[in-house]
Design a protein around this ligand. Structure first.
Ligand code: S3P
Length: 461
């Protein structure tokens, strides 16, 4: 039998299958780690840098597969992108010359954020681009961005007469501004419109009923753009007048709270754990999970607050905790939209039920995350009920679950990682059918976890 690449340091994995990533109940997690770079900010740095005049430099970029797809796309539109030996990326933007038409289809891989923002950015240039992606991305709705972009004057056609990839977008330097209220809370939709609006003549406005992550607004300002954000109930109105040129700048990418989420939940559910995660972005549009886990009784102490690259960062100290189920307010959903699968894992070991409702958007993420999470939990023996737009999970009150199952990940990185975190509190190993997608957002996932002492292995091939 071939040995696993990473040996579990403390826990014992039995029924070892070298072809699959797996985890099992082991010892406590202990140590310090640095959160990987934020995926949302990394995509934006690549795209804004490619649009801007001059050179943009990026430190701390998440070098995950999704971001590499976006970098490839930006090169296809004519940007010159290189990584220096010290890990700093530099992007020579197209500036006043504008995007070039790509020679080949633009392959956005698995990245919903990548394709939706790029379609918005490219819509404001007279270029034609055909967008393609992997099986997961090709099943996700694109109408949410193609509809407003068409209203602004982009010509969009689909191979399959629905709103899925492959799609061809013919952009124009004569976009008309738009006033738009997205029917769903989506930072991707807001961002696609704002990027198109940079090259439209006149003022565009977006009315968000619920505030979504505001990295586009913050980063546009760092690139010299002018825009207004007017608070409006739980949401905001964003106004941007075009045309406006961006100027290259330096971007320092903070640690990703959505990746830190896996480390936090792992420590909260593994007895004796005591870890520190450094460099986590604490933008309030992203911290809904932390708030929820603290309400559940989680020991999560944020300290060493500082500002870097326009975002607030902190180091988080997490200790194993007794957790108690809560009703997660639906209005918090936008600030933790990617964290529900791993919250459901925490809930599976809490005392009493946790209700997560009003999260229908999870059905159109990299997979149908409501059904994939319900399946993950039920195959390892947890008490879970799938709702139309949510999940109810009743926890074990701190006891282990049986495990001993292979979880279907549906090519979804967050389902894969959530399953491996759940396995850390299971009697028998929990394996996943495919670990490859983890690299889209968290390339050093196995190194970080095994370094903290998690009983986790990744496939040898
Ligand atoms: C993202 C926005 C969210 C999130 C995604 C990243 C972004 O999607 O799920 O992982 O960077 O703007 P929606 O805007 O569709 O909710």
């Amino acid at each position: 039998m071939t040995l696993p690449k990473f040996r579990a340091q403390r826990g014992q994995i039995t029924n070892f299958d070298a072809d699959k990533a797996q985890s099992v109940c082991g010892g406590a997690l202990q140590g310090h780690v640095v959160a990987p770079g934020d995926k949302s900010i990394s995509h934006r740095a690549m795209i804004f840098g490619a649009m801007a005049r001059g050179t943009t430099t990026v430190s701390g970029l998440l070098e995950g597969a999704d971001i590499m797809s976006t970098a490839g796309a930006m090169r296809a539109f004519g940007a010159d992108i290189v990584r220096a030996k010290d890990g700093v990326w530099s992007i020579k933007g197209r500036g006043d010359a504008g995007f070039k038409s790509p020679q080949n289809p633009v392959d956005c891989g698995n990245a919903g954020t990548g394709v939706r923002l790029i379609m918005g950015a490219a819509a404001g240039y007279p270029v034609t681009a055909r967008y393609v992606g992997d099986a997961s991305l090709s099943s996700r709705p694109m109408g949410r961005v193609t509809k407003p972009l068409s209203q602004m004057g982009a010509k969009i056609s689909s191979d399959n007469s629905n709103d899925r990839l492959p799609l061809t977008v013919i952009g124009t330097s004569n976009l008309t501004p738009i006033s738009y209220a997205p029917p769903i809370a989506s930072a991707q939709v807001k961002s696609a419109i704002l990027l198109a609006a940079l090259n439209a003549k006149g003022t565009s406005s977006i009315t968000e009923a619920h505030m979504t992550r505001d990295h586009t607004e913050n980063m546009l300002r760092a690139f010299g753009a002018k825009l207004e954000q007017i608070p409006n109930g739980d949401g905001q109105i964003v106004r941007l007048s075009g045309p406006q040129a961006l100027s290259g700048c330096h971007v320092t990418v903070p640690g990703d709270p959505s990746s830190a989420a896996f480390l936090i939940v792992a420590a909260l559910i593994s007895p004796g754990s005591d870890i520190v995660i450094e460099n986590v972005m604490m933008n309030p549009s992203r911290t809904g999970l932390f708030e929820t886990l603290v309400e559940m009784g989680g020991h999560i102490i944020a300290g060493n607050f500082r500002i870097s690259g326009g975002e607030v960062l902190a180091d988080l100290h997490i200790k194993y905790s007794a957790l108690y189920g809560v009703d997660v307010p639906p209005r918090r959903a936008a600030s933790m939209i990617d964290e529900y699968p791993v919250l459901a894992v925490a809930a599976a070991f809490a005392h009493g039920p946790t209700v997560m409702d009003g999260i229908g958007e999870l059905r159109v993420k990299e997979s149908d995350r409501i059904s994939a999470t319900a399946n993950l939990l039920s195959v390892i023996g947890a008490d879970v009920t799938e709702l139309k737009d949510g999940l109810t999970v009743t926890g074990t009150g701190g006891k282990t679950l049986p495990g001993g199952a292979v979880v279907t990940t549906h090519h979804d990185h967050r389902i894969a990682m959530s399953a491996l975190i759940a396995g850390l509190r299971c009697k028998a190993p929990v394996a996943i059918d495919d670990a490859s997608m983890i690299a889209t957002s968290f390339p050093n996932f196995f190194d970080l976890f095994t370094g903290l002492g998690a009983a986790m292995t990744q496939p040898t091939s």
